[in-house]
Design a protein around this ligand. Structure first.
Ligand SMILES: Cc1cc2nc3c(=O)[nH]c(=O)nc-3n(C[C@H](O)[C@H](O)[C@H](O)COP(=O)(O)O)c2cc1C
Length: 169
């Protein structure tokens, strides 16, 4: 963890629209024995219930989903542009079929309480699950905007995670 220093969520200077939407991030969950990571470009950061939070939206067929369900904590981490290929791989292959660590060269790192992320990150948000809920058709207000994303009936599960620590290079 020595590359990193701890900052508070309010010190994050990045624009969240470009950080999440354009640069992409990795949602990583599990423990030292087994964990999985996947690329995300939908989600957000903000304040809820008086706490700094991330919002992540994960489809149930992702291998990472099982790890997120099992664990109390997860990380959302961001990488320099040179890792675009690694993130593309983590967003197109499943950990069920591919060893993503071997395939990308990402080096696993763990917080003191064993939350996984990767050494090459430039920014790591360590999160504790506060709330999860499956999106559903009954709640849709703008069908034109939303329904085309769910032709496979694979509604995302929304996770609200409290940002409990932030590591940055
Ligand atoms: C740029 C990009 C963004 C993605 N964003 C999400 C997302 O927000 N939620 C999601 O469920 N899948 C998203 N995916 C798809 C998963 O990353 C992809 O299905 C991945 O292979 C799942 O890996 P896993 O089965 O090992 O968990 C995204 C993929 C890419 C390339």
């Amino acid at each position: 963890m020595d590359r990193f220093k701890k900052i508070s969520p309010r010190e994050i200077a990045e624009n969240p629209f470009s950080l999440i939407g354009d640069d992409w991030g990795l949602v990583t969950a599990g423990g030292r024995d087994s964990f999985n990571t996947m690329t995300v470009s939908w989600g957000g950061v903000g304040i809820l219930w008086g706490k700094p939070v991330v919002y992540a939206f994960i489809r149930p067929q992702r291998y990472t989903y099982g790890f997120l369900e099992r664990e109390e904590r997860f990380s959302l981490s961001f990488y320099p542009e040179e890792y675009r290929k690694a993130l593309a791989l983590c967003g197109s292959k499943s950990g069920r079929d591919v060893d993503k660590v071997a395939a990308t060269g990402l080096i696993p790192a763990f917080t003191e309480d064993n939350v996984p992320y990767f050494e090459q990150a430039k920014l790591v948000l360590i999160c504790k699950k506060l709330y999860a809920q499956d999106l559903n058709e009954q709640s849709v207000i703008d069908s034109e905007a939303v329904l085309p994303n769910y032709k496979g009936d694979d509604w995302h599960r929304m996770y609200v995670g409290e940002i409990t620590s932030v590591l940055r290079v």
